[in-house]
Design a protein around this ligand. Sequence first.
Ligand code: ADP
Length: 756
Amino acid sequence: NLEELSGLPPGAVSHFQAEGIESLYPPQAEAVEAGATDGDSLVAAVPTASGKTMIAALAMLSAIERGGKALYIVPLRALASEKKAEFEAYEEFGVSVGVTTGNYESTDDWLATRDIVVATSEKVDSLVRNGADWLSELTCVVSDEVHLIDDRNRGPTLEVTLAKLRALNPALQVVALSATVGNAGEIADWLDAELVASDWRPIDLQMGVHYGNAISFDDGGKREVPVDGSESQEDALVRDIVAEDASALVFVNSRRNAEAAARRLANVVAPELDADEQEALEELADDIRDVSDSETSTDLAAAVEKGAAFHHAGLASEHRSLVEDAFRDRLLKVISATPTLAAGVNTPARRVIVRDWRRFDPTAGGMAPLDVLEVHQMMGRAGRPGLDPYGEAVLLAKSHDEQDELFDRYIWADAEDVRSKLAAEPALRTHVLATIASGFARTRDGLLSFMNETLYASQTTERGRLESVTDTVLDYLERNDFIEREGGNSSTSQSAADDPFTSAADLAAEADRDVELRATNLGHTVSRLYLDPMSAAEIVHGLESADARPTAMGLYQLIARTPDMYELYLRSGEDDKYGQLYYELEDELLGDRPSEYEDDRFEDWLAALKTGALLKDWADEMDEDRLTERYSIGPGDLRGKVETAEWLLGAAETLAAEIESDWSVAVREARARVEHGVREELLELVGVRGVGRKRARQLYQVGIETPADLRTVDKGVVLGALRGTKTAENILENAGREDPSMDGVTPVDVDHGATQ
Ligand code: ADP
């Protein structure tokens, strides 16, 4: 019973009661037993949607009531805003909340006054690097989806961040929330935490496989779902559930498949809609078209009009939330999604259909089965507590054998173990440099002791492995001038040297332990900029090798080939196309060019050229639609690339200053052009609030080239260029014009040629 809980801020209990939470779910009660509200660390490994957030809330609120401060680490930016909205409700009983995600160069001191801070793991890592003082005041840290430590790209940051936060405050309470994984006990041991492991779910989950004309469930039950000759299994399963006035989620393995499935499923659900629903869906489709006029937007609106939608990482965030909200409101009947939707976003459905259980894996060079953990997380989205009598998760089989295989592989199987990925080189490079630069370790010995506190150290059994990979990374960092090593032969070694039983190898090893480690100025800068040291080395080298002012294209290709930018893939036939472009642009490209005989490096170089060309086209004012079509990407991807480029070029500008390069201005201009998506001549105009790339071009075409022109030119010319009295007035006002009013002004049509 909630009322029996003590140690929470007054008002918290009635707040939860008002939210419909009367008593704790069993895993929540176990967490309290294990000390969640007394400041004890714990790992809660429980299924999706079983109330993990409440466990975190109880721990955080009781920590705050004891005068402490809490940090909630989320794996995705999208989740940061979802959690913030959830915790902001606590403001009614006096708990303040702050969220921070972007900008990896600040310490965000304003957060010192907040009781709960929500941040991504990358952001927390950067706060540690920048020496944010308030981090040492934390008494409770929650790590959401801690099993993502297993993720090759992002796991190491989470792992190292947790280790550092614990080093900052050894008494820190760590509450790690995890999906059900194979080795939750091992994670608990690593964190010196109690383990709360449970299979309990608030709503019954039936798992099964559809084959032929029926679903066979894990409890032995069957449900007839016949498939018409011409339709697919998922079509039949969706129609069947929508006829019961419930909804379905269909997981597929690629964005294209998600879009294609939504197109077909729209025709399946359309006949089931009533007039009210149709009207509401048409409004929703209009809202979607209003977000952008891209092809993705048009396709999404077309599906939504019929009650279906697709969901993937290429969607704009406005599109994503429109779709998620309408699905939760039961207006949309079905969503076909890539697995990103399963990762944390709260959109349950009565029936989850896992259509594709294999996906293209570039490292395997072919299709590979999904992890059990991933499939379980998708399945866990089935069933809305309070709304559905139960949830159903269904896999699809094409044969009897496949049906058996799916039961063995996913339904009866336990999820994989979480394994640290810290030993992967890019991760280690980045984190070793950061650990030295932020003063966490000042000697090789100190560094090794810190590394010893990671999950990696507790999982690796090979003796000496941690030490040898660390040394390889130290060599790399020293070679590239990011760190300096000094000393190593201290006097204590002398007594050891006199000891006849000490071998020469032991002596050398002991001497090495005393080596002092110091980040150079360049190393400090790289760490603060949050760059992979290899990206920084590539950029520094590229800038140093330029003997004439680099072009925008040269700089775009340079940053595109760093490991911090995900390159676009080359499609078939594009080797030739970009090979051609390479020869045309060869003189503009910076750094050591690979020869055509170095297959992999050459291919990478061309892929970077393609990415660079995308950025250049954007900075040359090509329309968003044409860009997404030319490079076969979604509008969300375009934005992502542009943002990453802005960040990397901003970092390049700082690096240029650090190495006293002559090309700072060229880098700054290339960055500004990417930021605004304009050619050089528009850079002044886009500095005026309300003037984007399109309007700047329209103004320029009628001879208005600077903000000063906006203050003096004939108003009719401005109105002629912009067509929109309100817009024109706002822009004149933002440019600082004394009397921006357009009353009585008539637009002047200017002959573009004549004014330039
Ligand atoms: P998880 O983080 O485990 O996926 P959530 O914390 O999002 O799950 O919880 C899922 C839903 O269950 C939320 O809507 C939450 O309000 C509700 N919930 C959590 N705990 C309780 C409870 N003890 N009683 C009733 N509802 C609860």
